[in-house]
Structures are given as structure tokens and as C-alpha cells.
Design a binder for this molecule. Structure first.
Ligand code: BGC
Ligand code: NOJ
Length: 799
């Protein structure tokens, strides 16, 4: 009985949807709309916002992070019945009890429906491919046996474009708001009079009874979204916003006979005009493009055609890798949700989620390279551009900006560089791209340094200096210097901050003479160095020096990086051990066990098996492998941010779903299928039993699940925008299912428990070829190489 946990929803694999059946999820469960440059976040109660290209500078809808109640504000439809009662199809904001509610999050769309006393309202939200708008297709159906008369109100609240100043500069903001009204289309044009050439609008393909564009006129100064005074009164006031807070709300009277339905199409659009042609002759905004967008979706048929195109687009993207493994949880992650999340991380990087406010960081150098692993098979051309953009932010000495800004593609000066692992990820991402595509030509592309025209060298040269940069910056043990941090942004061994106003990432109070070295970077260096050497071999260049550097690093790890039962994590500023049994806390860390076993350092001497056993013994828990043990119980000035977190959270012994895969790959390369599978099942969302405890979306990975030392172990946080998506994809497809792209073909090398997976099928698009593979998995290991050849191949591989 105890195992019967409350469920808020379930998967519908045939429809590629997650179906939420209770609107009061433990946390908003969101989806993303948009694939090109117009993006939306939408929760299961229609909360959220949209933006064009940049979540900070081109925010279209206003959204209040950290609001009370949470997730208030979005695209709301209010139904005001003849008896004065008011409800929303998505339950919020009125929270009037519904007789039925369902939210289906699908691939690039969300469908929310609610029903009350025989009246059903269903809204399909999506961003049509190639368009800068959200479509809200609303279908109202009278399922009762009496005619129904009611008022429908739409509602969105505009953001004054810059999402950061929108939340702080009220002395200005409350005077700048401007709108225009043209029939049923409500335009938002704040700052259009001056330097902006963009505006937004909200229109509907039906006559309206009235509208509101001033927030307080619509809601009432003392009401909330749950009780707008005009909705309660059943009447719009045709308010025109002058400053304060512009909104857009339509009011439409609806009459439905029993059995009758009516569909309305609302278009929430964004337009950029040519700066020379911003205005119509009468001084109003030039609305040509808005008219065209409205016309493109002024009928149900046009909307349905665009929706079919969206579906087709996702069928094509996901269809490149499909598995039938006999395990529904694995199949739905691989076929649907993991691939989908990888595309979302491509689009969003770490910018906008319900944990990332869209006004924070730029795109991470390391994050973007790792994200590539997850989408390179879906959109290789865009991955190519991404690599070239990233490389162009590098410095001539091989170091790099830790982040760059998506709008300008320039390195972020505020953060700067100095993260010891960053350069290696460029080699890693480029190798993954070439293996997927066979496009060795990318290595010859001219790429500048720090975006300075005229400084171009080949991408291959960028790789060379990346490797050299890390090789040249080694400490007393011949191990790589960590710099500000390595993958673990919170292991700040040169920071020494006692000032709460310092950033842990950018403060280096001590670095001259630092002895802080990283075993995570050392493992990464060996792993990536081997890849780099193989790449040089393949293009006919001498790899001897690279191999020598790799072998030197392996020796250094074996000699100075082995603690007896596991790999050390680091040496601190003074040369003291981090991640050793000699430490009082933080005796073992996951990152170095992952990377050193992936790189097979000391495998012959039994080090990898021992390290994997230690990770299992000391780091494993019911919900996955924690990052370190024992957790730090106080602040260590010499370790930095890691010890700032309470035990069990984030980098201080949280379960990072991002680095569990490193251990899983280590297990797979060691041929330990049962352990690899057991680790995977703990972090894969499809296996989540307790949705209430997990709290965040059960269909995508989150960055961190609270570890065993936390107050509530198993509680997830920071869902969606995390390298976890790419790493799990990479791990499952290439190391568990074992279908691994190489420069000249596919290597098949499964590592799954044979009793559970005796045979499975994989459909994989590889370059311009299609492979239909039946893999018989005896569990004895082994591998088979299938040379690439164009065309369709139906093969059975017995291993
Ligand atoms: C977080 C890290 C994150 C970093 C970004 C830290 O507070 O714990 O996960 O990478 O901020 O700057
Ligand atoms: C999130 C950051 O985006 C990523 O770069 C980092 O490696 C992890 N946190 C771990 O600190």
C-alpha cells in the first residue's frame, strides 16, 4: 500500500505527450514552444511567457519569478457564465473547481482543456514553424442539453521588453507604456517611438465586444489575476493604456446550442520592422507584417495545417533515432523525451526556465560543447555553426571566455576566463560533430580569436592550442591546474572569499603560486587527448606528441591521483589533498571517478574497477550517485562555493544527474552492465515513482536531485536546462544501447543486462544512410564495426 503514490500525470507514448491530470502539480510542470527564434515557456496552467531570440532583451510577456502564488501570469482565458461564476480551462488563476482538467505537453505544443457543468474549453498553444507568434486555438463546446451564453475574456500582460529593467526601473517604466488598438487587435508599442523597431500584438479571428489594455482598469487596483473586476462584471471597459502596465484582453460573447462548438484563433505575435519603414503615414506603427501574420492564421484550417507541419518537423527530428528495447521507460526516454530535452537545451542553453530567469548568464563555453552531444544527430548543420561560434570566442593562447552572449556571439567580459577545463570541451564537441557527420572540412574553417577580424586560423589550430593550453598549465604533480573551477563551478580552490558580495566564480583572491590541480581535468585530458590523437591519425597528421602527453598524464594520475581505493579529486591551493580518505569531509568525489574510468586510467592495474566499486559503495543512494561524501558541514574558505550549500544540495553532495552518466560510461567501458543499468534507472525520469517527492517535471531530467544528506532526499530541482540531457542521451545511445558513431562508421558495443535485453532494435539515421539494426545481446561483451555506406541497411548484429 505504501507504494501507491499520488500521480499527477502519465505518459502517452503513442501521442508523444505527457498528460497531466491534476492541475495542482507540486511545482509548475512546463513545456517549451518554438524552435527557431520565437520561444515560449508554458506551464500546465498556461503560466509563463514568450520572447524573441533573447529572453532578457526581447521579452514579450511579463512574468514574475518567485511570485506568490507561484507561476502567476501567462495567457489566461476566463469564462464568465451567466450566473456570474468564472473559471479558466487551465484551472488557474481562478482555481474554480473543474469537472475535468487535462494538460498534454507535446513536442513543441501544449493542449490544455477544462470542463465545467457541460461546457468544455480546450486551448492548443503552439508556435508555428518559421513564425514569430504563439497560436492559441480555443475550442468551446457545449456538451450539455441546454443552450449556453457566456462571456469569454482573454488576457496577457506585456513586458516592457527588457526583462531586467522591467522589474526595477519603475520611475521610468510606469510612464512609457503605449498601445494601439485596431479592431480586435491589441498592439503593444512601448518605446517604439524611439529606438525600438519591434512591437507585439494580440489578435483574434472574430469580432469582439470589447477590450482592455490597461491592467488596473481590467483587474482593479486591489484584485488579483484570480478576480479581474471586468471579468467579474462581465464587461470590458475598452481601456487604453497610457503608461502604467499595458495588457491585452479581448471580451467576446458566446452563445452555444447543445452539442455546438465554436473555435477561435488568437495570435500573439511579434514583429520587427525595417527601421526606415517603422511608421504608417498617420504616425501609427506600420502594421503590415502584423496583418500578414493574422491573416496567415485566420481560420481553423490554416492553423491545423501549421500544426501538422510542426508535428512533421518533430517526427523528422526524433525519427533519426528510435529504439524498441522491450523496456517502455527506456524507449520513451530515448525516442521522445530525452531527444526533446536536448533540442530545448540547444535552443535555450541555460537562459530561460522556471529556475533560470532569462536575465542571467550567457551561453557557457563548456555547456554549449557538451549540449552538442545531444542534438548533433538531429541538426548537424546548426551544430556546425555552434562550434564555429564557440571557437571564435577563444583567446590566442587557447584559453577562452567562460561564457558568450547569444545575441552578439561575443565573449562575456564580466565573467572572463580561467576555468581550467574549458578548452578541452572544444575538442570534445568537435570530435563528436565530425563523427556524426563525417565533415572533416570543418577543421579547415577559418575562425578568429575573440571575434577579432583578421585573426583567423583554422579550427584545427584552435583545437591544437586548446590541448596545449591545458598541457602547459600543470601544477607540481604534473596535473592540470584548476583555475577558477573545472566542471564543478563550485570547487573554487583559488577563491578564498570571506566577502558575501564576491562571486565565487569570478573572484580569485589567491592564485599566484597556486598548487591547485584537478583530477577531473586530468581524466578529461586523457579521454579527450585520445580522441584528439585519433582525429589527427585520421587526417594524416602526426599524433605522437599528443599520445606522449596523454601517457604522461596517465602516469601522473596513477602516481599522484590515486588514493588507494579511488581517484583523488584535486590538490588545493597549498597542495593539500581534496577527495582523499585523509580528509575529514569530502573524502570521495564523483567527477574524478567518472572521468578517470571513462579514460580507463590504470584499468590494467585494476584502478577503474576499484574506483567504480568505491563510487557505488560510498556515493550511491536510492535516487542516484551523490557528488561527494561526506558532505561538507561548514564553509571551507579554501574550497569555495561547494561548501556554501547545505548538505545534500547542489554541488555539496547533491545528485547531479549530469555526472552520474560519467560513472555509467565508466561502468559500461568496464563491461559492468548490471551496475551501469542500475545507475541509469535511478536518475532517468521515466522511472520516477514518487512524483510528489520528485516535485519537478517527471518527463525531463533535472540538474540536481537532493542527495542522501538533504532534508528531503529525492527532491528534484532545476529541471530542463542542464547538460544532463546531452550526457544521458550520449550515455544511453552510445554506451548502453551501444550504437556509437565513429569517423568511418558505426560501432555496435552494447552494455545492457542480457537477461532483460536479449534483443532490441534500433533505427538510426547516420549521415545520409539509414540503419535498421537488430542487436542480439548475449551479455558477453564484444563489439562490431559497421563501415558507413549510403543507403538503407537492415542488419542483425550478434554479440
Ligand atoms: C551553481 C552552479 C552553476 C554556477 C553558475 C552556482 O551557484 O551551484 O551549478 O554552474 O552557479 O555560475
Ligand atoms: C551548471 C553549469 O552550467 C555547468 O557548467 C557546471 O559544470 C555545473 N553547473 C556544475 O557546477
Amino acid at each position: 500500500m505504501n507504494n501507491l503514490k499520488k500521480l499527477y500525470g502519465h505518459f502517452d507514448d503513442a501521442a508523444r505527450e505527457y498528460v497531466i491530470t491534476d492541475p495542482a502539480t507540486p511545482w509548475p510542470w512546463i513545456n517549451y514552444l518554438g524552435c527557431e527564434d520565437f520561444f515560449s515557456l508554458i506551464s500546465n496552467t498556461a503560466g509563463g511567457y514568450c520572447f524573441c531570440r533573447d529572453a532578457k532583451f526581447r521579452r514579450i510577456l511579463r512574468y514574475r519569478y518567485n511570485g506568490v502564488p507561484m507561476d502567476d501570469g501567462g495567457r489566461y482565458f476566463y469564462i464568465r457564465e451567466a450566473d456570474g461564476s468564472v473559471w479558466n480551462p487551465g484551472w488557474k488563476p481562478c482555481k474554480t473547481p473543474l469537472d475535468a482538467y487535462e494538460c498534454r505537453h507535446g513536442m513543441g505544443y501544449t493542449r490544455i482543456s477544462g470542463e465545467r457543468r457541460g461546457l468544455r474549453a480546450e486551448v492548443l498553444f503552439f508556435v508555428p514553424p518559421g513564425r514569430r507568434c504563439e497560436i492559441h486555438k480555443l475550442t468551446l463546446s457545449n456538451r450539455g442539453d441546454a443552450p449556453r451564453d457566456f462571456k469569454l475574456f482573454s488576457f496577457v500582460e506585456w513586458c516592457l521588453w527588457n526583462a531586467a529593467t522591467d522589474m526595477e526601473n519603475f520611475q521610468r517604466n510606469l510612464s512609457t507604456g503605449e498601445v494601439e488598438i485596431e479592431g480586435g487587435t491589441l498592439y503593444h508599442k512601448t518605446e517604439y517611438r524611439e529606438r525600438r523597431n519591434h512591437y507585439a500584438f494580440y489578435g483574434v479571428n472574430a469580432p469582439i465586444d470589447g477590450f482592455d489594455t490597461d491592467r488596473e482598469a481590467f483587474i482593479g487596483a486591489y484584485n488579483g489575476f484570480d478576480a479581474p473586476q471586468n471579468v467579474l462584471a462581465g464587461q470590458a471597459t475598452d481601456s487604453v493604456a497610457h503608461g502604467w502596465s499595458p495588457v491585452a484582453s479581448h471580451c467576446i460573447s458566446v452563445h452555444l446550442e447543445p452539442g455546438q462548438s465554436r473555435t477561435l484563433v488568437f495570435v500573439l505575435g511579434y514583429v520587427e520592422n525595417d527601421p526606415e519603414h517603422k511608421f504608417a503615414p498617420d504616425g501609427s506603427i506600420d502594421k503590415t507584417q502584423a496583418h500578414a501574420l493574422l491573416e496567415a492564421f485566420d481560420s481553423e484550417e490554416k492553423v491545423d495545417a501549421a500544426f501538422a507541419a510542426l508535428k512533421q518537423c518533430w517526427d523528422d527530428l526524433l525519427g533519426r533515432f528510435q529504439v524498441e528495447s522491450g523496456c517502455p521507460e527506456l524507449d520513451r526516454m530515448v525516442d521522445i523525451w530525452n531527444q526533446y530535452q536536448c533540442m530545448v537545451t540547444f535552443n535555450m542553453s541555460r537562459s530561460a526556465s522556471f529556475f533560470e530567469s532569462g536575465i542571467g548568464r550567457g551561453m557557457g563555453f563548456r555547456d554549449s560543447n557538451q549540449d552538442l552531444l545531444g542534438f548533433v544527430h538531429q541538426i548537424p548543420e546548426r551544430a556546425r555553426q555552434r562550434i564555429l561560434d564557440i571557437a571564435a570566442t577563444q583567446f590566442p593562447d587557447g584559453g577562452c571566455y567562460h561564457q558568450y552572449q547569444p545575441l552578439t556571439k561575443r565573449g562575456n567580459n564580466g565573467i572572463g576566463g580561467g576555468f581550467g577545463d574549458d578548452p578541452l570541451w572544444l575538442i570534445f564537441g568537435t570530435a563528436a560533430y565530425i563523427k556524426e557527420t563525417g565533415d572533416f572540412g570543418i577543421l579547415d574553417e577559418p575562425v578568429p580569436f575573440d571575434n577579432v577580424p583578421g585573426s583567423e586560423v583554422s579550427l584545427l589550430e584552435h583545437l591544437r592550442i586548446s590541448f596545449a593550453h591545458v598541457q602547459e598549465r600543470r601544477g607540481p604533480h604534473g596535473l592540470p591546474l584548476i583555475g577558477r573551477a573545472d566542471w564543478n563551478d563550485c570547487l573554487n580552490l583559488n577563491c578564498f572569499s570571506d566577502n558575501p558580495d564576491d562571486s565565487f566564480q569570478t573572484t580569485e583572491n589567491k592564485n599566484g603560486g597556486s598548487k591547485a590541480e584537478s583530477l577531473m581535468i586530468a581524466g578529461l585530458f586523457v579521454y579527450v587527448g585520445k580522441e584528439y590523437a585519433a582525429l589527427l591519425d585520421r587526417i594524416g597528421q602526426d599524433a605522437a606528441a599528443v599520445r606522449q602527453a596523454v601517457s604522461d598524464m596517465e602516469c601522473a594520475i596513477r602516481e599522484h591521483g590515486w588514493d588507494g581505493e579511488w581517484f583523488l579529486r584535486a590538490y588545493d591551493y597549498y597542495g593539500g589533498k581534496v577527495g582523499s580518505h585523509e580528509n575529514a569531509e569530502g573524502q570521495i568525489f564523483i567527477e574524478s571517478q567518472g572521468w578517470c574510468t571513462m579514460a580507463r586510467v590504470g584499468a590494467e592495474q585494476g584502478l577503474c574497477d576499484k574506483a567504480l566499486d568505491s563510487a557505488k559503495r560510498l556515493l550511491d543512494s536510492e535516487h542516484g550517485l551523490v557528488l561527494n561524501q561526506p558532505a561538507y558541514s561548514r564553509y571551507y574558505i579554501e574550497y569555495g562555493e561547494i561548501s556554501s550549500y547545505p548538505e545534500g544540495y547542489k554541488e555539496n553532495a547533491g545528485i547531479f544527474c549530469h555526472n552520474n552518466p560519467w560513472v555509467i560510461i565508466g561502468e559500461a567501458l568496464a563491461g559492468r552492465a548490471d551496475d551501469a543499468w542500475a545507475h541509469y534507472c535511478k536518475i532517468s525520469p521515466a522511472f520516477i515513482q514518487d512524483q510528489e517527492l520528485h516535485k519537478v517535471e517527471p518527463y525531463v531530467y533535472c540538474q540536481m536531485v537532493a542527495g542522501k544528506d538533504a532534508f528531503r532526499p529525492g527532491e528534484g530541482k532545476n529541471s530542463w536546462l542542464t547538460g544532463t540531457a546531452a550526457w544521458n542521451w550520449h550515455t544511453v545511445t552510445e554506451f548502453l544501447l551501444g550504437v556509437r558513431p565513429e569517423y568511418d562508421g558505426l560501432r555496435i558495443e552494447p552494455c545492457l543486462p542480457a537477461d532483460r535485453f536479449p534483443e532490441y532494435r534500433v533505427h538510426r539515421r547516420f549521415r545520409d544512410a539509414e540503419y535498421d539494426l537488430t542487436i542480439r545481446n548475449s551479455g558477453r561483451g564484444g563489439s562490431r564495426f559497421i563501415p558507413y555506406a549510403p543507403g538503407r541497411h537492415v542488419l542483425t548484429v550478434e554479440l
